[in-house]
Write a protein that binds this ligand. Structure first.
Ligand SMILES: Nc1ncnc2c1ncn2[C@@H]1O[C@H](COP(=O)(O)OP(=O)(O)OP(=O)(O)O)[C@@H](O)[C@H]1O
Ligand SMILES: [Mg+2]
Length: 266
């Protein structure tokens, strides 16, 4: 359980970035965080992981509090982070080293490292690239290696901060299906994205506007009630087509069904 309790944050005093933000994400949820550029999504992600600390209020994960220095190591171990640009997260020269780097850091026993390495690379279908150099891979493959490195650490939550935004459609599709598979296995997934198609895969949407939470609910009620264009977001392609074909009809049963069908295939 990850909780924001009346969290306030600013980078510069007098210029609030996050204002009185409260929500709880339960274990196993698949949550999308959306909103216009600069509304505070990445700041929220960093607050979750304790990379930034609230100026007021608390961010807690189970009984750990990011404001308690002694808790931070555990928090970093249990909350994994996948960034927008996979290049930024590579530290070593081979796929294998990339995945085991973190494990050596936390002193996982040698026998266990091998099995965690194999499992993590299999989960992202990169087991045949052990000796490859990360920078020679495609964008989607790089992002899959970055995910494997995090999976190997066996976190409880993975935050994807615009992790699909630099990928081609195929890479995006692969990363999204890995998220769905991890969710099915019980991992808590937090997906920060501008892509409304991808939001359909989540079960819950948090919409941020200028540092405030303005919507918290499921995708059906999101597309039913939120004028997404007001937040620099576009309707999903299928919803746009539906509106074009049926300009006078409310967006009803059909597209709700479409959203639900995303869930049933996920
Ligand atoms: N290190 C920083 N120092 C000062 N201001 C910052 C810093 N990082 C972000 N900001 C500001 O805080 C606000 C929220 O930024 P944040 O990166 O959290 O937004 P975001 O929703 O992730 O945006 P995007 O969609 O562009 O990724 C913005 O006004 C941004 O300019
Ligand atoms: Mg951001």
């Amino acid at each position: 359980m990850l909780t924001f309790d009346h969290v306030h944050f600013y980078y510069k005093k007098g210029q609030p970035v996050i204002e009185d933000l409260s929500f709880t994400i339960e274990t196993g949820e698949f949550v999308a965080i959306v909103g216009a550029n600069g509304c505070g999504k990445s700041t929220i992600a960093k607050l979750m992981d304790g990379l930034l600390l609230p100026k007021q209020g608390d961010v807690t994960f189970q009984d750990l509090n990011t404001s308690r220095p002694a808790d931070l190591r555990m928090i970093h171990e249990q909350i994994g982070f996948v960034f927008q640009n996979p290049e930024d997260q590579f530290i070593t020269t081979t796929v294998m080293d990339e995945v085991i780097f973190g494990l050596e850091n936390i002193r996982v026993p040698r026998e266990e490292i091998r099995s965690r390495l194999d499992q993590a690379l299999q989960a992202v279908q990169m087991e045949n690239y052990l000796e490859s150099m990360p920078h020679q891979l495609s964008g989607g493959q790089k992002q899959r290696v970055a995910i494997a490195a995090i999976l190997a650490m066996q976190p409880r939550i993975i935050i994807f901060d615009e992790a699909t935004s630099m990928l081609d459609p195929q890479g995006r599709e692969q990363v999204l299906s890995i998220m769905q598979e991890l969710h099915r296995q019980g991992m808590t997934i937090i997906h920060i994205t501008h892509h409304m198609e991808e939001v359909l895969a989540a079960r819950r949407i948090l919409l941020m506007d200028k540092g405030r939470l303005v919507f918290d609910g499921d995708p059906v009620s999101f597309f039913e009630t939120v004028p997404v264009e007001d937040y620099q977001l576009e309707l999903p392609f299928a919803v746009r087509v539906y509106r074009m074909l049926h300009p006078d009809m409310p967006l009803m049963a059909d597209w709700k069904e479409m959203i639900r069908s995303q869930w049933s295939t996920s």
